[in-house]
Design a protein around this ligand. Structure first.
Ligand code: HEC
Ligand code: HEC
Length: 610
C-alpha cells in the first residue's frame, strides 16, 4: 500500500520479528507523520498531506477513507499545493527545497527536488499556473519560481528557474494568491505584518503591521471578491505573567484580524476576540471560508478544536475589540460554534458546502468534519507508532494550551515551533515585575545551560516545572514524567541548516573567515561567547541598558542561529545585529575596542553564518 522508505522500515522490522510476532508489532516503529498541511485535489476526492516529521506525503482517498500511497520527499515537508490532477509541489523546510510530486491514479512518484532558498514554508500558485511563490523565512524573501523550469530541469538539487525574489522583511511564513489572481498576500512573523504584492507589476503595494501586540500570524483566508483578508493570530497584551492577568486574558489572547485588500488606512483594520472567559481558544491558526462564504472556519491547535463562525453576523468592533468574543456571539450558538477534534488541528479545507477536511498533526490523521452535525465523520490514519515516544509526549505538552490556566496559550505560543515568537513578556522567572524579557529561541537549548537570561536556572528538568507553573499558571498537576518528556522534546530541537555555513560564494566565504578572525582576535567576542555553542557557563554585564532589572549580569545567549532571529538582547530592543553592536552591546564598552564600519559588517557576516 505504501511506497518509499517508510514501508521498508516496516518490512525490515517485520523480517527481524518474523518468528512468531505479528505485523502490528512490526510496524510499531513507524514514524509519526504529523501532517501539518494538506491540499485537496480538484475533484475533491483525494487530498495530499505534508507529513512534517516523517519526511513524506500521503495521498488520501477521502471517499473510501484510506491512504492510497505514501512517498518519501525530503526533510520537513511544510506546505503542499496541487498544480493540476497529476502534479503537486511540496516545500521542504529542512532541505531548503521544493519537491515535485507526480501522481498516476493511486500511485505517487518523486519527479525531482530543487533547492529554492532558506527555510521555505508557505507556497501558492499563480492563477495562470505559470509561477509558484514560496515564502523563504530564513531570507526575508518570497521566491518567484517559473513552474515550467521547475518541471523540466533535469538533475536533482539544481536550482529551479527562479524568476525573481520579492523582499519580505520579517520572516514570511504563509502566502496566498487572491481568487482574482491579482494580489499575493504574505504573512510575516517578526514583526507581524501583512504584505501585499501586485502580481501584474511585481510591486509591493502595501505593508501593514497588525494591531499592536499581534503575533504568530497563521494562515489567511481571502474573500471571493478578493477584497478582504482574514487572519488568525495571538495578541501580546503586555501585562505581567501572573495568574490574575492570565485569567482575564491580559497576557495573551486570540483573535482574527480583517483587512481590506490590497491596502487601507490603519482604521480599516478590525479585530475580533475569539476567547470565552474560563475557556479560551489556544493557538488559532488556519482560516478558510465556506464555498458560499457564509462561514469562516478556524483551526485552534492549542485547544484541539475547530471554530465555526457565521461570518456575516460578526459585529466587528470599531476600536479595541475587548478581551472576549462579543456577548451576542457567545449567546447565539449559530454564530459561533466549537467542535472538539483532539490532537493538533492544523490545515483545513472545504470539500462540500458544510464539510471540511483537517490535517491533525498529533493524531497522525486526516479528519473529515460535518459542520452541521458538529462531528468528525471520518478519521483516516496516516500511520504512526502505536505508543508515542517520550519526546513526542513532551511535544504534546509543549503545544497543549490546556496546560495553561483557562487554555489561553501554550509553550508554543511564545516559543513558536520551539523557536521564538520574537515577543517580550514579563514572566516571573527573574523574580521581578516590570522587567519584560525577550522570549529566547529553544533551538539547541539543551546544550546552552545555565538557562534564562540571568542564567539562574541550572537544571532544565526543574525549569520545565517552573515554566508550567509560572509562565502557564497550569491548573493540571505537573509530574516528573511530564518534565522528563518535555526535556526529551527540547533535545530534538536543533538549528535549521544554515546555507551561509558552507557557502559556495567565494567573496562571502572570505568575509566570513575575516569576521571569524575579528571575533576571536581584536573584538574578543570569544572571551564570553565561547565553545561550540558560543555561550558560557558564566554571567557577565553585557552593557545593555536596563535601569529596572535588579541584576546587571546575564548569561551570554548562544550565537548559533542568529540569522533566524529578528530581535536581540534581553530587552528585545535591538532589531538588527548592526543595532546590537552600534547601540546596545558595543565592543568599545565591552572590551575597549572600537570597530570600523567595514570591520563590523565583516563580523556580522560571520555571526550570520553560525
Ligand atoms: C508567555 C510567554 C511564555 C510562555 C507561555 C513560555 N515561555 Fe518559556 N520563556 C519566556 C521568556 C520571556 C523567557 C525568558 C525568561 C527570563 O530569562 O527571565 C523564557 C525562557 C524559557 C527557557 C530558558 C531558555 C534559555 O535559553 O535560557 C526555557 C527552557 C523555556 N522558556 C521553556 C518553556 C516551556 C517548556 C514552556 C511551556 C511549559 C514555556 N517556556 C512557556 C516566555 C514564555
Ligand atoms: C563581557 C562578555 C561579552 C563580550 C566580550 C561579548 N558579549 Fe555578546 N553578549 C554577552 C552577554 C552577557 C549578552 C546578553 C546581554 C543582554 O541581553 O543583556 C550578550 C549578547 C550578545 C548578542 C545578542 C544575542 C541574542 O540572541 O540576543 C550578540 C549578537 C552578541 N552578544 C554578540 C557579541 C559580539 C559580536 C561580541 C564581540 C564584539 C560580543 N558579543 C562580545 C556577553 C559578551
Amino acid at each position: 500500500m505504501r511506497h518509499g522508505w517508510i514501508s521498508l522500515t516496516c518490512l525490515v522490522v517485520f523480517g527481524l520479528f518474523a518468528n512468531g510476532l505479528f505485523a502490528g508489532v512490526a510496524c510499531a516503529d513507524e514514524p509519526d507523520r504529523s501532517p501539518i498541511s494538506l491540499a485537496v485535489s480538484g475533484d475533491g476526492r483525494t487530498c495530499l498531506t505534508a507529513n512534517h516529521t516523517s519526511g513524506s506525503v500521503s495521498l488520501v482517498n477521502l471517499k473510501d477513507g484510506r491512504v492510497e500511497s505514501e512517498l518519501a520527499v525530503g526533510r520537513g515537508p511544510a506546505d503542499v499545493v496541487w498544480l493540476d490532477e497529476t502534479t503537486a509541489i511540496v516545500s521542504l523546510l529542512h532541505d531548503d527545497a521544493l519537491a515535485v510530486v507526480k501522481r498516476n491514479g493511486g500511485k505517487l512518484t518523486l519527479h525531482r527536488t530543487a533547492i529554492v532558498g532558506d527555510e521555505p514554508r508557505g507556497i501558492a500558485v499563480s492563477k495562470d499556473k505559470r509561477l509558484v511563490y514560496v515564502a523563504l523565512g530564513g531570507e526575508d524573501a518570497i521566491a518567484v519560481v517559473e513552474i515550467a523550469g521547475l518541471l523540466t530541469a533535469k538533475s536533482d538539487g539544481q536550482q529551479p528557474g527562479a524568476v525573481t525574489r520579492y523582499l519580505a522583511p520579517g520572516i514570511p511564513k504563509m502566502v496566498r494568491v487572491s481568487p482574482d489572481g491579482r494580489w499575493l498576500v504574505a504573512c510575516c512573523a517578526v514583526p507581524s505584518a501583512i504584505l501585499v504584492y501586485d502580481l501584474t507589476t511585481n510591486a509591493l503595494v502595501s505593508e501593514r503591521r497588525l494591531f499592536d501586540g499581534a503575533f504568530n500570524p497563521g494562515v489567511p483566508a481571502i474573500t471571493k471578491d478578493s477584497g478582504l483578508v482574514v487572519l488568525p493570530h495571538a495578541v501580546n497584551r503586555e501585562f505581567s505573567v501572573t495568574p490574575q492577568m492570565i485569567d482575564i486574558g491580559w497576557v495573551i489572547d486570540n483573535r482574527i484580524s480583517k483587512l481590506p485588500l490590497p491596502d487601507g488606512e490603519p482604521s480599516t483594520q478590525k479585530q475580533l476576540g475569539l476567547d470565552i472567559r474560563g475557556n479560551a481558544v489556544g493557538d488559532a491558526y488556519a482560516a478558510v471560508f465556506s464555498p458560499d462564504q457564509s462561514l469562516l472556519v478556524v483551526t485552534a491547535g492549542g485547544t484541539h478544536e475547530l471554530l465555526v463562525i457565521d461570518f456575516g453576523s460578526i459585529p466587528w468592533p470599531k476600536g479595541d475589540p475587548g478581551d472576549f468574543l462579543p456577548a451576542a456571539m457567545q449567546k447565539d450558538k449559530s454564530s459561533f460554534r466549537r467542535i472538539e477534534l483532539g490532537g493538533r488541528p492544523q490545515a483545513v479545507e472545504f470539500i462540500g458546502e458544510r464539510t471540511v477536511v483537517v490535517s491533525n498533526y498529533f493524531s497522525n490523521s486526516v479528519q473529515v468534519v460535518d459542520l452541521d452535525a458538529r462531528e468528525v465523520t471520518q478519521t483516516i490514519s496516516l500511520g504512526g507508532p502505536s505508543e508515542p515516544s517520550l519526546a513526542r509526549r513532551g511535544e504534546h505538552i509543549f503545544f497543549d494550551a490546556d496546560r495553561s490556566m483557562h487554555s489561553w496559550y501554550s509553550c508554543h505560543t511564545c516559543h513558536t515551533d520551539g523557536h521564538t515568537a520574537g515577543q517580550v513578556f514579563d514572566t516571573r522567572n527573574d523574580k521581578t515585575y516590570g522587567t519584560p524579557k525577550l522570549t529566547p529561541s529553544l533551538r539547541g537549548v539543551a546544550e546552552t545551560g545555565p538557562w534564562t537570561w540571568h542564567g539562574w536556572q541550572t537544571d532544565l528538568h526543574d525549569a520545565m516545572k517552573r515554566s508550567l507553573n509560572e509562565s502557564m499558571a497550569s491548573k493540571l498537576p505537573i509530574t516528573d514524567e511530564d518534565a522528563t518528556a518535555m526535556v526529551a522534546y527540547l533535545k530534538t530541537l536543533d538549528h535549521p541548516v544554515n546555507p551561509r555555513g558552507d557557502t559556495k560564494d567565494e567573496a562571502l566565504a572570505k568575509k566570513i573567515a575575516a569576521g571569524e578572525k575579528l571575533f576571536t582576535g581584536k573584538a574578543a567576542c570569544a572571551s564570553c561567547h565561547s565553545g561550540t555553542q558560543f555561550t558560557s557557563g558564566e554571567t557577565f554585564d553585557g552593557k545593555v541598558e536596563d535601569k529596572k532589572d535588579r541584576d546587571p549580569n546575564y548569561n551570554p545567549p548562544t550565537l548559533r542561529g542568529l540569522a533566524s532571529r529578528r530581535r536581540f538582547l534581553h530587552t528585545g530592543k535591538a532589531r538588527s545585529l548592526d543595532a546590537v553592536l552600534t547601540k546596545h552591546h558595543r565592543p568599545e564598552d565591552l572590551v575597549g575596542e572600537s570597530l570600523s564600519d567595514d570591520e563590523r559588517e565583516t563580523l556580522i557576516e560571520y555571526l550570520k553564518s553560525l
